[in-house]
Design a protein around this ligand. Structure first.
Ligand SMILES: [Zn+2]
Length: 263
């Protein structure tokens, strides 16, 4: 995440056609001079506009916005009515030799992902992503194009940012019996996460263990202990009855034997 400094070109100097952007066009400035960063290009585009002109310049630290997203720029080389010039948001990536190119490209991927999320008229990713080359055949963005799988990897970086952004993480309040508690939960990728120990202990159970696993002791169900006690008593009573029955049978047998002895 980098700051985006909005410093729009004066209205009179803009191309000024209304635009409903469908694409994002990626450029690299071609200027490897020391100091040819986003701030320098912001000054430059203010001087040279309306032609050329573009929407954003990104370096390894920040981005400048030079045009509103609802107006076109002249940057794609595909003519007055070309979709590059008339339907795309242009991002220039700085290649100044005193800057960190990899970081500047990563920042541009982040910015592209941010635009994809925020600008509803854009075609779905990756159909919305275009190189300057796609519009006019110019070798631009030159550094990305010059690397094996350069464009593929750039798109992967955009996609990674889209995924990260999709996993919205935010704190959520926790209420118990309608009352707010001091405990905080989290919404991560549309699932709710609450501390296990907090939740289990609320119900009378216990959570122990740290690191690789946790050990949860569930609360005893209400009435369970009493039921267990009754079962024990029933067992005792049953064995008492069995013992009495055996004693009775033995007594009967003894009486029977005595009768026979007398008879
Ligand atoms: Zn270009």
């Amino acid at each position: 995440m980098i700051p985006i400094k909005v410093d729009l070109i004066k209205k009179a100097k803009r191309p000024g056609y209304a635009m409903k952007p469908e694409y994002i066009t990626i450029h690299q400035t071609g200027n490897t001079s020391k100091g040819a960063n986003a701030e320098m290009h912001n000054r430059y585009v203010h001087n040279v506009a309306p032609n050329p002109s573009w929407h954003f310049t990104v370096d390894d630290k920040e981005a400048y916005q030079h045009l509103p997203l609802t107006e076109n720029g002249w940057h794609a080389g595909d003519g007055t009515n070309g979709p590059g010039n008339r339907k795309s948001i242009a991002i220039e990536i700085c290649v100044n030799r005193d800057g960190n190119l990899a970081k500047a490209e990563a920042n541009a991927a982040w910015l592209a992902a941010k635009l994809i999320k925020e600008v509803g008229s854009l075609k779905p990713f990756p159909a919305c992503m275009k190189q300057h080359y796609d519009w006019s055949g110019k070798n631009c963005p030159a550094q990305i194009r010059g690397r094996k799988d350069g464009w593929k990897n750039f798109l992967a970086a955009v996609e990674a940012n889209l995924k990260t952004e999709a996993e919205i993480t935010r704190p959520i309040g926790i209420y118990v019996d309608g009352k707010a508690t001091a405990e905080t939960g989290y919404l991560i990728n549309n699932s709710t996460y609450v501390r296990a120990a907090y939740l289990i202990e609320l119900t009378g159970g216990q959570v122990t263990g740290h690191g690789d696993y946790i050990d949860i002791v569930l609360p005893a169900k209400p009435g369970q202990a009493e039921l267990e006690e009754l079962r024990k008593k029933l067992k005792t009573a049953e064995s008492d009855i069995a013992a009495l029955q055996a004693a009775l049978a033995a007594e009967r047998q003894r009486i029977e034997n005595a009768k026979r002895a007398l008879g």
